[in-house]
Structures are given as C-alpha cells and as structure tokens.
Ligand binder design. Structure first.
Ligand SMILES: *Cc1c(COP(=O)(O)O)cnc(C)c1O
Length: 392
C-alpha cells in the first residue's frame, strides 16, 4: 500500500485519536527509517524515545524470533525464567532491588501509585505541573496538563499539583495524608525541562523527613537517554520507586516498576497483576536490548554525542533570532522556538529528518542512541536551513 491508501483506510477504520504526520514507515536500521515509498529519514523521534538501540537491531530481532519459536506467552501463575533474568538485570543496572513487570508507562505509573498507597497506608499523591504520566484515568489525573484531562472527568480524588522545580511548594503541599511525590526527573512531554540544581536531592530530603515516598517516572529518561543508564544516576538521587517503559525492551511493548527491597515487599500475592506482564517474549526483548546498550557502550555514546549535538544546536541559537533556548541532557534535547514548531516539523520531514514538536514550541530530539556524528551534522545542517527560512 502507498501512503495515501494507508491514510484513507486509517480515516475509515481507526479511531482518530492521533494527529498523525502524513507518513507511513516500513523499515528501519540504526537511526534511519524508510517510508513505504522507499524514502529514507534520519529519525530523531525514535518512536518517542523508545528505539534506543536503533531500529530492527539484529540482536533484539533475533531474541524475539528465537523466543517466539519456543514460547510466546505463559502466565504469572507459573515461574518465568526470562522474567527473573530480566528482573536481576534491572536490579544490577539500577539503584533498586525489586521489579514488577507490566506493559506500558501508564500502567507502570498506575502500579507505582498502588504500591505507594499500600506501603504507606496513605492515599494522596503530589505531582508536578506540566508533567506527563500517561493516558489512563488515574495517570491523566496525575498528569499536570489540563489538555489531557478535558472531557474525561470525573477524575479520582487524592491528586494535587505543584510547580516543577520549586521545593518550598512541595513542603507546603505535604500533609499527613501524603503517600508519595511523583516526578519526571527531566520533564519530557512538557518540553525537555531540566531539574534545577539541587532540586531532586531536595525532593528526596523533604520526602524522607515526612515519611513520603519519592517516585521517579523514568519512562522517557530511562536506558541511557540522559547519558547515564537512568536519570536517578545522572542526578545521583535514589528514589523509592522508579517507573519504566518506552526503551526497556528495544521497542517491544513493556513497562516495569522498580522499588527498594522494603517498598517492593509491600505488594503481597494477589495485590497486583498483569496477564501479559513480564511474559517470555517481552523479557527476551528486554534482556537483548539491555545487553546491546551495555555492549555497544550506548550510555557513553548518548553522553558524548549528546554533548556534541547540543553544542551544534547551540550554534543555531547564536545564529537565529527565533530560537529562544537550547536545552537537554544526553540525547534528550529540545530547542524552544518563539513560534509553534509544527511547520518546522513538516519542513524537516521534507528534508529527510524526523523530529517532533512538544509543548507547542519545543522541537524535541530523542534519536536512537546509535545515531552517528555524521547523521547529527546532517540534522543540524537541515535545521539551520529550515529555521533560516523563518528568520530572514
Ligand atoms: C510516554 C510516557 C508515559 C506513558 O507511557 P505509555 O507507554 O504511553 O503509557 C508516562 N510517563 C512519561 C514520562 C512518558 O514519557
């Protein structure tokens, strides 16, 4: 099928929940994807920070295929070897001791909220303004942006929001009913907003003093994205609970909740479950993906090429008046424009580069961590030309 035909069928048969680009992708390799017309693009979206190991990584593809021929699904009624191996791996690379597996970021956050409530015996959750935590009823409630909630009430009680980056307001918001503070260490959908110096440690301290749990939503920041395996390591702050999804299994759908020994043990048999959670296929993909990140040194690549990329973007900032800010960490970068950036996304696509626009004016760059310097140069050269069209 050509793009036009696919678009027509989508309109006829799929619920129209997405504002899609007029593009249908057919295959990928590393940081490049091809559309059904055979046109290549450098991918700075990576399925929104999912394809950290690159597209169709042979090691991940091989692991999925091998596992699919052995056993695709069983049940958590039984023990699953791939699941215990992945849990052990996650504990080794993270600051946590226990894992629970599910299928998406929203589901991981839902589970983390249940876990915090079960552990503390309290109900209230403090989250941040401008945050994003998923699209289920509870996670849109936790999300600090009105546009995701509008029309979907009534929403569950027990959630409040404070401005991100301000410690005083968190202290003021905590009551004897507060179970947890939920925060993205770096806000992703909100426009690549970095934590101010001392903010995450400050949150940890306030939570600790008040017997409140600290939950890091690392769904977007996980698996090398920020130049460390996890943002908690980058900022040297250990939360009580971390939620993961996106890049965890190299593109295969999966989510996870990680917690300290003590907090993780609050879940008892019967408390929480997911039919597909931690199934053999997803876990095989997760193991292959983490092995790839380690063996190919992708965390260091993210840090080094991220710095290179950011410096290139900063040059655009010097040159073009319409660029308001360049920010980010590792290969999680954004440039804030003084104009809506949807038209820039279109123009870049016509130049063979996929980027996406978040928070209306922020062009977000979250490419596969395998992106090369040559590809980065290619992206920034096109960007220079495209932004120049609006500046002159
Ligand atoms: C994408 C994202 C989610 C939601 O993940 P889904 O897998 O789409 O449910 C939650 N939190 C953050 C920080 C995200 O970036």
């Amino acid at each position: 099928m050509n793009t036009e035909k696919i678009m027509a069928l989508d309109k006829d048969y799929v619920m129209q929940t997405y504002g899609r680009q007029p593009l249908a992708l057919e295959k990928g390799k590393g940081a490049v994807v091809w559309d059904v017309e055979g046109i290549p693009y450098i991918d700075c979206v990576a399925g929104i920070a999912v394809n950290n190991v690159g597209h169709a990584h042979p090691r991940v593809a091989e692991a999925i295929s091998k596992q699919a021929h052995k056993l695709i699904h069983t049940s958590n009624i039984y023990y699953i070897e791939e699941q215990v191996r992945l849990a052990k791996q996650l504990v080794e690379i993270s600051p946590h001791q226990k894992a629970f597996f599910c299928n998406s970021g929203a589901e991981a956050n839902e589970g983390a909220i249940k876990l915090a409530r079960k552990f503390t015996g309290k109900g209230d959750i403090i989250a941040m303004e401008n945050s994003f935590h998923g699209r289920t009823i509870t996670t849109i409630t936790a999300t600090g942006q009105h546009k995701y909630k509008k029309g979907f009430g009534p929403l569950p009680p027990g959630f409040s929001h404070v401005p991100y980056g301000n410690l005083e307001v968190v202290e003021d918001a905590i009551t004897e009913k507060t179970a947890a503070v939920l925060v993205e260490p770096v806000q992703g959908e909100g426009g690549i907003i970095l934590p101010p110096q001392g903010y995450l440690d400050g949150l940890k301290k306030i939570c600790h003093e008040n017997d409140v749990l600290l939950i890091f939503d690392e769904v977007q920041t996980g698996f090398g994205r920020t130049g460390e395996m996890f943002a908690s390591q980058k900022y040297k702050v250990t939360p009580d609970i971390t939620t993961l999804a996106k890049a965890i299994a190299g593109g295969f759908p999966m989510g996870a909740i990680l917690a300290s020994e003590e907090v993780g043990n609050a879940f008892e048999p019967g408390d929480h479950a997911a039919t597909f959670g931690g199934g053999p296929l997803a876990c095989a993909a997760g193991l292959a993906s983490i092995e790839t990140i380690k063996e190919e040194g992708l965390v260091v690549k993210s840090r080094e090429n991220g710095t290179y990329f950011k410096n290139e973007l900063k040059e655009l900032f010097q040159e073009h008046g319409r660029v308001e800010d360049v920010r980010g960490v590792g290969l999680m970068l954004g440039i804030e424009m003084d104009m809506p950036c949807a038209q820039l996304v279109d123009a870049m696509r016509h130049q063979g580069v996929l980027v996406n626009c978040t928070a209306e004016k922020v062009l977000r760059f979250v490419p596969p961590l395998v992106i090369t310097r040559e590809q980065i140069d290619n992206v920034t050269n096109h960007l220079d030309e495209v932004i120049g069209r609006y500046t002159d």
